[in-house]
Design a protein around this ligand. Structure first.
Ligand code: ZN
Length: 168
């Protein structure tokens, strides 16, 4: 939802429904992608950084990923959507070492955390009795905070193009 809120804020509305679906799927995938680092055992490290955002945004602009109409806006959208992920992680409760995200890599390999804990922890310890309760609480909080923001972004975006039929 955060990826969509950020992406939809900066990207134009595609001309048709299939373009909108492609853009939406791509923004969501970009927003989730930093956590693919779980597969290689380097969670919350290089992929959760400004450096990774710049690299992915540059590839996206070069390959013209279908998130915006110009290369510049593709780069801006992808960089911001990618960075929304570590930002939200840094606003969450982190109980797994390393605490925080390597947000400023490659300039610094320090893990940073805001300490605000707006979002609850997400547990991957599925064998524990409290696994479901912890994650349900955290996901509910995320939906309560992000859904209204996404709804406002969507409404403003649709208003900008007047009587556009897309998204209705
Ligand atoms: Zn993450």
């Amino acid at each position: 939802m955060a990826a969509l809120a950020v992406g939809w804020s900066v990207s134009g509305l595609p001309a048709n429904r299939s373009g909108l679906l492609r853009q939406t799927a791509m923004l969501v995938a970009i927003g989730i992608a930093p956590d693919l680092d779980l597969l290689i055992g380097r969670h919350s490290m290089e992929t959760h950084s400004v450096g990774a955002a710049v690299i992915v945004a540059s590839i996206a602009a070069w390959q013209r990923w279908p998130v915006a109409s110009s290369r510049l806006m593709i780069w801006v959208a992808v960089a911001l959507v990618w960075m929304s992920h570590p930002l939200l992680d840094a606003l969450g409760s982190d109980t797994s070492v390393p605490i925080g995200v390597m947000a400023f890599w490659p300039l610094s390999d320090a893990n940073v955390q805001t300490g605000w804990e707006v979002f609850g922890p997400i547990s991957r310890r599925y064998w524990r009795d409290d696994f479901l309760a912890i994650n349900l609480r955290s996901v509910s909080t995320e939906i309560l905070i992000l859904a209204p923001i996404l709804a406002v972004v969507r409404a403003v975006r649709l208003r900008k193009v007047g009587d556009c039929e897309i998204g209705k």
